[in-house]
Design a protein around this ligand. Structure first.
Ligand code: ATP
Ligand code: MG
Length: 439
């Protein structure tokens, strides 16, 4: 198929907006006679005049040839060999043009350009297990997830190449899978989460047939690897559009498939759902303000109201509050990890953020300075402010702490007067400085 080629004078991508490392890499590949394109999300974002998160390069140079051209290159990947170029502040991904896995099993004798065996394998559900096959620039574009993610910027003449309908869809603000959405979402269910992420973060609409496919295939998201789903969840919720991502996921059935425990607790409880919405709006304000919410804080914002409610009901049945909270968190996280594997350390941090709320809300607090010294204090304080905004309560506690944090001695908490600290080994602690994040 003939691609649409947008010449240099018909778009406004300027070389100044391309990372200098990416630009030099493209030029070096070209100088050695290879075809080299910027590809994927960075071209989409440059055309939308947004700042790309990362720059990816696709080329017809084989991984071995890339390695020989760049001293800072490391080859990675088992499913498909990729080159990572390590710069001081950036890692660039350079991949050899690659083709999609055909529906039927491939010829096991086939070889790629550097003699790597070609392998592509789907399981009985149609999910791609391995797809190690080199291809043409066109094949490389067509194997990508959405039309707007398949655009290429050619360093040879600064043109934009579109093998699908990416340019038109970008204008119409549409997320459209390349090919049959049912097939593409079945091959890789994580593409459904990516569709939601781009729709939420770019304010685009998911094309109607694709949305229908997503709604019927959403339960299959649980087939993806739990660790990958955790990474995708963070991208969905920590980049400033958590509120709209949440609504889209809820409408499409992805929320119920990923977080069954949460959706069960929310059923028929509009007040709790509204509370979550307001929490996520606060989370978005924090993300956009540059505060960089931690994964544990995000988990607390998303699951905290439900967990606290459940803990309170156990407490009213006579279980001590902290014990009730510990049990509720443990049960909830254990079920959650079957679909989305939350690292134990992060789940524990979430529990501590919630547990600290009792101490923060006791005014005047006991041993305020030692609370400030806790590793989770910053996040716990941010949660207090977030929930305070949402429920329009806790204002007194919040004001008390804000005033307290202004006093100069609090960043170095004194040990409690009644206890002489035992000699301890120095440990490196990775902690953000205490500052109040106001959503
Ligand atoms: P972001 O702004 O979040 O980086 P992105 O589109 O660049 O968005 P990446 O995860 O960096 O997303 O992936 C780079 C490119 O790789 C995508 O633009 C897309 O072309 C392709 N891609 C990524 N994941 C998939 C997938 N699951 N299926 C097909 N293509 C994919
Ligand atoms: Mg990217």
């Amino acid at each position: 198929m003939q691609p649409i080629i947008l010449p240099r004078q018909e778009h406004h991508i300027s070389r100044n907006r391309i990372s200098i490392n990416a630009f030099h890499t493209l030029c070096r590949l070209q100088d050695y006679g290879f075809t080299a394109y910027l590809i994927g999300g960075c071209v989409r974002d440059l055309l939308l005049e947004r700042t790309p998160k990362d720059f990816d390069i696709a080329t017809n140079a084989a991984p071995g040839q890339i390695k020989r051209l760049f001293r800072n290159c490391r080859l990675i990947g088992r499913r498909f060999r990729l080159a990572h170029l390590h710069f001081q502040k950036e890692i660039l991904e350079v991949s050899t043009f690659r083709a999609d896995a055909p529906a039927e099993e491939a010829n096991p004798e086939a070889r790629g350009p550097d003699s790597t065996p070609v392998r592509h394998l789907k399981n009985e559900d149609g999910m791609v297990l391995r797809d190690n096959v080199f291809g043409t620039p066109e094949e490389d574009a067509l194997r990508r997830d959405f039309t707007i993610n398949a655009l290429a910027f050619n360093i040879a003449d600064f043109s934009v190449i579109d093998y699908t309908t990416g340019l038109a869809d970008l204008k119409q603000r549409l997320i459209r899978p390349i090919g049959d959405p049912f097939v593409r979402f079945t091959e890789d269910p994580v593409r459904m989460l990516r569709a939601v992420r781009f729709a939420a973060s770019h304010g685009f609409e998911i094309e109607p047939t694709a949305w229908k496919a997503l709604c019927s295939l959403s339960p299959t998201i649980a087939r993806a690897a739990p660790a990958r789903l955790y990474e995708e969840t963070l991208k969905l919720f920590l980049l400033g559009s958590a509120r709209s991502a949440f609504s889209l996921m809820n409408a499409g059935g992805l929320l119920a498939a990923l977080f069954p425990g949460l959706v069960r607790q929310l059923r028929g409880k509009d007040d709790l759902l509204n509370l979550l919405h307001t929490n996520l709006e606060g989370l978005d304000r924090l993300s956009r303000s540059g505060w960089n919410p931690s994964p544990a804080f995000f988990l607390a914002a998303l699951f905290g109201p439900v967990l606290e409610k459940e803990a309170l009901s156990r407490h009213l049945d006579g279980v001590p509050h902290q014990q009730a909270l510990d049990t509720v968190c443990a049960v909830f996280l254990e079920e959650l990890c079957k679909t989305v594997s939350i690292p134990g350390r992060i789940g524990d941090q979430m529990r501590r953020i919630l547990a600290l709320q009792t101490s923060l809300n006791r005014i005047p607090p006991r041993r305020a300075a030692s609370l400030v010294g806790r590793a989770d204090f910053t996040d716990a304080m941010a949660y207090l402010c977030l929930i305070g905004k949402t429920r329009r309560e806790n204002q007194t506690a919040r004001e008390w702490w804000e005033n307290f944090l202004k006093t100069p001695s609090v960043s170095r908490p004194e040990p409690p007067p009644d206890r002489v600290p035992a000699k301890r080994r120095r440990r490196k602690r990775h902690r953000r400085p205490p500052s109040v994040a106001v959503a």
